[in-house]
Design a protein around this ligand. Structure first.
Ligand SMILES: [Zn+2]
Length: 736
C-alpha cells in the first residue's frame, strides 16, 4: 500500500518516447553472469564447495650455452581435487608456438608496404636458422612405463592408464628439450639476448617446461590453443627445480635458493645475509666488477642451482655470466620479503639506482591495496625491450645508451614497467584469473593498482594510464576499431587501450568519483582476500565489488565492460526562473528582488545565455486534491515567501555518448563563489537519453560546468559548459 502511495505522489515522468530507446542500462547483470552455485556464490565469494586442482613439479634441467638450448626432465604430481573422474590430462606446450607452421604463425595477417625491413621480411619468409618448439622425448609413469600421448599443436593430451578418481593423485614423468630463441630477431616473452662485445648471452627463460592446463568449474579443461595474445591459465603447486648452468653464471629464479654454499662465494653469502636485514637501500651481492670478471670466465664446468617455491602457478628464471645482483628487505605489516634485481653492466647506472627500489615500492603499494606480499622474494631482471611477469620474477626493459646516459623517459619507462610487472605477482600470479580468456582481469587490475602505487611513491612520474582523461582519445575513436572489455584476449583490438588503459581508467572513475576511496578500497581488498590463491572469474569481481560496498554497479559493468559506448553528457538547455509575485503580497518581506517584477508572458530566452531577466512562474496555493486524505496543510504563504527571491534553474542534460554516468555540476555565482553538486548515475534510470532537473539557488548563476575536473572521461567538453564558450577563430588567436 505504501508503495502505491509513493508512486501516486511522485508520478513517473517521461514514459513515452523514451521507452522506445530503452537500452536496459540499469537492468541487473543476473541474466549475463553465470548462475551462482556452491563453487561460486552470488556474493562473488568462493562457495563452500570451491575446489581447484594442484600440480606439483620436480624439475631437473640444464642450459647449454654453446647451442642455446634447454634439456629437462620433470615429474608432475597431479592432484584431482575436482568432483569429477578424469580419463586424460591436458598439458600446455607453449614453445610449440615457435614451431614452423604453428597456428600463431599461420593466422598472422599483414599487408605489403612500400618499404619492408629485414626483420619484416624475415617474419614473412621464416628464413631464419631456428628450429623452435618442444621436442618431447618421453612421457612415462613414475616407474617408467610409457604413457600414450597426443600432441595437438600447443596442447598435449596424456591418456591415463586408469581413470583418475576425484580425490586421487597421479605422478608422471616428461622428458623434453627445445632451442631457445633469439629475442632480438624473433621477439617473444622469453629467450636470449647476445652481447657481441664480450661474447655473452643473457637468458630470460619462461614457458620452458610442459605445464598442466587448468581443469576448473568454469571451463572444464582450459585447453584453448596458444595463439600469442591470450596468456597463461595455470594451476597452483609446489616446485622443486634444479638448474644446471655454466660455472660462471648467476641465476635468479622463482623461489628460494636452497644451496647457496654450492653456488655462491662466502663473501656473496655474507652480503646476502646483510641484505635480509637491510631495509633502507639495496645491498650489492655481486658487484659490477665481479660480474665483468665473470664475463670472461668461459669455463665448461657447470654448477647446479636448486630453488624451491610453494603455492606458485609457474616457474621462470634468468641467468648469465653478466649479472650483477642486489637485494634489500621490505617491511610489510606481517612479512619481510626481499626485493632483488639482476642486471648486466649495460643496465647501469640506472639499474643500481632504481630497480630494487621500484620493486620495494611496488610490494609496499600493492600490499596496501590488496594483501601482504606472500612470497619470500620479488625479482626484477634487466631484459632489453620487454616487460613480462612470472611468479616472484619478472623481466623489464630500460637501458641507458653506450655511454651510460639515459633520458627521463627511459627512467620513468623503466620504473613504470617494473611496478607493472612486479605488480603482476598479484594479478594474475596470486589472484589467479584465466589469462587465456580475459586479458583485462590481470592487465586492467594490475595497471589500475600500478597507477595508485605510482601516485603514492612516484608522484612526479608522468602518468600514461589510469587517469580518466588519459582514456578519452581512445574512447572517442572509431567504434569499428574497438571491442568491449569483455572480449576474449585473442579477439581484442587495440590491446593496450582495451585491456590495460580502459579498465584501469574505469576502476579509477569507480574509486574516485562513483564509490569514493573508502568504499572502493574495502571492496577491492575484499576481492583480493577472497580470491588470493584461487581462480576468480569476471562475475566474481563484479559481484564482490557490489557485495562489499552496497553500491549497485550493474549499470557500470554493463556500460564500461560490455559496450564500446563513451561518456558524453551535454548540458543541453538551461532555463532561469523566478517567481512572479506582486509587491502587494510581499508586506513582510524587507527587500524586493530586482527581477521579481511582473512581466507579461514569457521573456525571450537566448539558448546560449541566461538572458538579462529570469522567466517567470506564478505561485499557486496547494489544492485540496493534492492533500488527498491528509488533514493537515502546508503553510503556502510561508513557502511562497521563502521562495520569492530564489532563482530556479531548469537544466536539461543529454546523454550523447551512451554511458550513463553521474552528473557533476559546478555552479559559479555572480559574486564569484562556486558550489559543487554530485548527481548519481541513477538519475538516468527512467530516461537514458535525456533528463531534466530543477535546482533552487539563492544567488544568481553566471556559469555552469559539468564534470569540471575531467574525472568521468567525458569525450566532448565543449557542451559541458553554459553559457557555451565560443571557440576562438584562428584570427583571434593570431591577435593574442
Ligand atoms: Zn601486464
Amino acid at each position: 500500500m505504501k508503495k502505491l502511495l509513493i508512486i501516486v505522489v511522485l508520478g513517473l515522468p517521461y514514459l513515452g518516447n523514451a521507452q522506445e530507446k530503452w537500452g536496459q542500462k540499469f537492468e541487473q547483470l543476473e541474466t549475463i553472469l553465470p548462475t551462482p552455485n556452491t563453487y561460486r556464490t552470488a556474493s562473488g565469494a568462493p562457495g563452500k564447495d570451491y575446489w581447484q586442482q594442484k600440480a606439483d613439479y620436480v624439475i631437473e634441467a640444464s642450459l647449454n650455452d654453446n647451442n642455446q638450448s634447454i634439456t629437462g626432465v620433470e615429474t608432475i604430481t597431479y592432484f584431482n581435487n575436482s568432483p569429477d573422474d578424469l580419463d586424460y590430462l591436458w598439458l600446455q606446450l607453449d614453445q610449440n608456438k615457435r614451431a614452423s607452421g604453428s597456428d600463431a604463425d599461420m593466422t598472422e595477417t599483414r599487408s605489403m608496404q612500400e618499404k619492408v625491413s629485414g626483420m619484416g621480411l624475415q617474419s614473412i619468409t621464416k628464413e631464419f636458422d631456428f628450429e623452435g618448439g618442444f621436442n618431447i622425448t618421453s612421457v612415462t609413469t613414475a616407474d617408467g612405463k610409457t604413457l600414450s600421448k597426443t600432441i595437438n599443436k600447443t596442447m598435449m593430451r596424456v591418456d591415463l592408464p586408469a581413470s583418475l578418481k576425484s580425490g586421487e593423485s597421479f605422478s608422471f614423468k616428461i622428458a623434453w628439450n627445445f632451442n631457445i630463441q633469439d629475442r632480438m630477431t624473433l621477439g617473444g616473452r622469453s629467450g636470449y639476448e647476445y652481447f657481441p662485445k664480450d661474447d655473452n648471452y643473457l637468458y630470460a627463460i619462461a614457458q620452458w617446461f610442459p605445464r598442466m592446463a587448468p581443469y576448473d568449474d568454469l571451463e572444464g579443461w582450459q585447453n584453448k590453443q596458444f595463439l600469442g595474445t591470450g596468456e597463461f591459465a595455470l594451476e597452483f603447486g609446489d616446485y622443486k627445480v634444479k638448474l644446471t648452468v655454466p660455472e660462471a653464471f648467476m641465476v635468479g629464479a622463482t623461489g628460494w635458493l636452497q644451496n647457496p654454499k654450492e653456488v655462491l662465494s662466502a663473501q656473496e653469502i655474507e652480503r646476502f645475509e646483510l641484505a635480509k636485514k637491510t631495509f633502507d637501500k639495496p645491498v650489492l651481492i655481486r658487484t659490477q666488477e665481479e660480474a665483468i670478471f665473470n664475463e670472461k670466465n668461459k669455463s665448461t664446468k657447470t654448477k647446479t642451482w636448486e630453488f624451491h617455491a610453494d603455492n606458485v602457478r609457474d616457474f621462470a628464471f634468468a641467468c648469465s655470466r653478466k649479472f650483477i645482483w642486489d637485494a634489500q628487505a621490505v617491511q610489510l605489516s606481517t612479512k619481510t620479503p626481499l626485493a632483488m634485481s639482476y642486471y648486466p653492466k649495460e643496465g647501469n647506472p640506472l639499474w643500481e639506482k632504481e630497480s630494487t627500489k621500484a620493486v620495494a615500492n611496488t610490494l609496499l603499494g600493492y600490499s596496501h591495496f590488496t594483501i601482504d606480499y606472500p612470497y619470500p622474494v620479488a625479482i626484477s631482471v634487466h631484459t632489453a625491450s620487454i616487460g613480462m611477469e612470472y611468479p616472484m620474477i619478472c623481466f623489464n626493459y630500460g637501458r641507458p645508451n653506450d655511454e651510460g646516459v639515459y633520458s627521463d623517459a627511459t627512467k620513468w619507462g623503466m620504473i613504470g614497467v617494473i611496478i607493472h610487472e612486479v605488480g603482476h605477482n598479484y594479478f594474475p600470479m596470486i589472484i589467479n584469473s584465466d589469462e587465456r580468456q580475459w586479458t583485462w582481469m590481470d592487465e586492467g587490475l594490475d595497471t589500475f593498482v600500478q597507477s595508485l602505487t605510482e601516485t603514492r611513491y612516484y608522484p612526479e612520474k608522468p602518468k600514461s594510464r589510469g587517469r580518466a582523461d588519459l582514456i578519452v582519445n581512445y574512447m572517442k575513436g572509431n567504434p569499428e576499431g574497438m571491442r568491449p572489455i569483455m572480449t576474449n584476449s585473442e579477439q581484442v583490438l587495440q590491446l593496450g587501450n582495451n585491456a590495460y588503459g580502459k579498465p584501469a581508467a574505469a576502476l579509477n572513475i569507480l574509486r574516485e568519483t562513483i564509490m569514493g576511496p573508502e568504499l572502493f578500497d574495502y571492496a577491492f581488498k575484499t576481492y583480493a582476500e577472497r580470491w588470493a590463491f584461487k581462480r576468480p572469474s569476471p562475475g566474481d569481481f563484479f559481484r564482490t565489488m557490489e557485495d562489499a560496498s552496497a553500491v549497485d554497479l550493474d549499470w557500470f559493468w554493463r556500460g564500461w565492460f560490455y559496450t564500446t559506448d563513451n561518456v558524453d553528457i551535454a548540458l543541453d538547455k538551461v532555463k532561469w526562473y523566478k517567481m512572479d509575485i506582486p509587491d502587494s503580497q510581499l508586506e513582510n518581506k524587507p527587500k524586493r528582488s530586482r527581477n521579481a517584477r511582473v512581466s507579461s508572458g514569457e521573456s525571450q530566452v537566448d539558448e546560449n545565455s541566461f538572458g538579462d531577466e529570469a522567466q517567470k512562474f506564478t505561485f499557486k496555493n496547494t489544492s485540496n486534491s493534492e492533500y488527498r486524505e491528509f488533514r493537515n496543510k502546508l503553510d503556502d504563504d510561508q513557502i511562497k515567501l521563502a521562495n520569492a527571491d530564489r532563482n530556479f534553474y531548469e537544466l536539461t542534460f543529454k546523454n550523447n555518448g551512451g554511458l550513463v554516468m553521474p552528473i557533476i555540476i559546478e555552479w559559479t555565482f555572480e559574486d564569484g563563489t562556486t558550489e559543487r553538486e554530485f548527481i548519481p548515475a541513477e538519475v538516468w534510470r527512467r530516461n537514458e537519453q535525456q533528463v531534466t532537473k530543477v535546482f533552487a539557488k539563492e544567488k544568481e548563476v553566471v556559469n555552469i560546468v559539468i564534470d569540471p575536473d575531467k574525472e568521468t572521461a567525458d569525450v566532448n567538453l565543449e557542451d559541458n559548459v553554459f553559457p557555451r564558450v565560443k571557440k576562438k577563430s584562428k584570427f583571434d588567436s593570431y591577435r593574442e
